[in-house]
Design a protein around this ligand. Structure first.
Ligand code: UTP
Length: 274
């Protein structure tokens, strides 16, 4: 299976951090965000990736070139081994007209086959996409990974209705009163290629963006089965400051090289800093 990673958004919620560097390159513990995603895809057996980039995103391509200096560093060597086996393609979205529009750039790459979609600003722990692929392989259907969020947070995400084991409605950023559930779309999908035709039918939203959630809504309205994958791990949305900070703290605490010392630093900071 191939993977598509959209990484062409402006990242305006993370300004000024994202003024001159892509949101997908923001560091989390010892790696840039998008490296976690490449590793997640690799561990799920994916060997061909298309990254959708855009203006000011050159750093992503540079990061996935081989490092030519003789430096010993575990993470660097692990990445080099992965890159040895992977082919990464790039295509530019000329203007950030929404996630749906970004995905349209992957049509030729998908070549009529189902593909996985991993958002370039979302880290999952443990890796989520493998389970979603397994569900797709059993059923042949599109799969959307979900996490349960508190009702005060539904307005930040795409929220779904689930009936008889299927997704029957998808709403982008609903108010808590209008939300069909507390199950939020988390940024990992397996999509069948008929999706591209539905994206073409989507009307731009108030901001002029084409939303993937709206294309999936058209798909289910048309009677196509879209299956929920209930993810029970952690998801970090690197597109907002608090989640990015939480990802840094939690993943640094779990890092075998940094964890022990970092725990001490956090404990001291909690005592000393007011
Ligand atoms: P977001 O909506 O979270 O990203 O898209 P954004 O538009 O960069 O964020 P803000 O609202 O301005 O802060 C989720 C993923 O989809 C990609 C983003 O790069 C991110 O990885 N994306 C979004 C695109 O590739 N193209 C787009 O037009 C929009």
């Amino acid at each position: 299976m191939k993977a598509v990673i959209p990484a062409a958004g402006l990242g305006t919620r993370m300004l000024p951090l994202t003024k001159a560097q892509p949101k997908e390159m923001l560091p989390v513990a010892r790696k840039p965000t998008i490296q976690y995603i490449i590793e997640e895809a690799y561990e799920a057996g994916i060997r061909e990736i298309l990254i959708i980039t855009g203006k000011h995103k050159r750093a992503i391509e540079d990061h996935f070139d081989r490092y030519e200096h003789d430096v010993r560093n575990g993470e660097l060597e692990k990445l080099d081994r992965i890159l040895e086996e992977m082919t990464i393609y790039y295509v530019r979205q000329k203007r950030p007209k929404g996630l749906g529009d970004a995905i349209l750039h992957a049509r030729a790459f998908a070549d009529g086959e189902p593909f996985t979609l991993l958002l370039g600003d979302t880290i999952t722990q443990p890796a989520c996409i493998k389970e979603a692929i397994e569900l797709h392989e059993k059923t042949g259907k599109s799969v959307v990974s979900l996490e349960k969020v508190p009702s005060e947070k539904v307005s930040l995400y795409g929220i779904v209705r689930i009936e008889n084991g299927r997704i029957t409605e998808l709403v982008e950023k609903p108010s808590p009163e209008k939300a069909p559930s507390q199950w939020a779309i988390l940024g990992r999908y397996v999509l069948t290629p008929d999706l591209f035709d539905y994206i073409k039918e989507v009307e731009p939203d108030r901001k002029g963006e084409i939303q993937l959630t709206d294309a999936l809504q058209l798909m289910v309205e048309d009677g196509k089965e879209v299956l929920p994958h209930f993810f029970s791990g952690r998801r970090y949305d690197i597109g907002n400051f608090l989640d990015w900070l939480r990802a840094n703290v939690e993943l640094a605490l779990e890092d075998p090289m940094l964890g022990e010392d970092f725990r001490r630093i956090i404990e001291e900071a909690l005592k000393d800093v007011r």
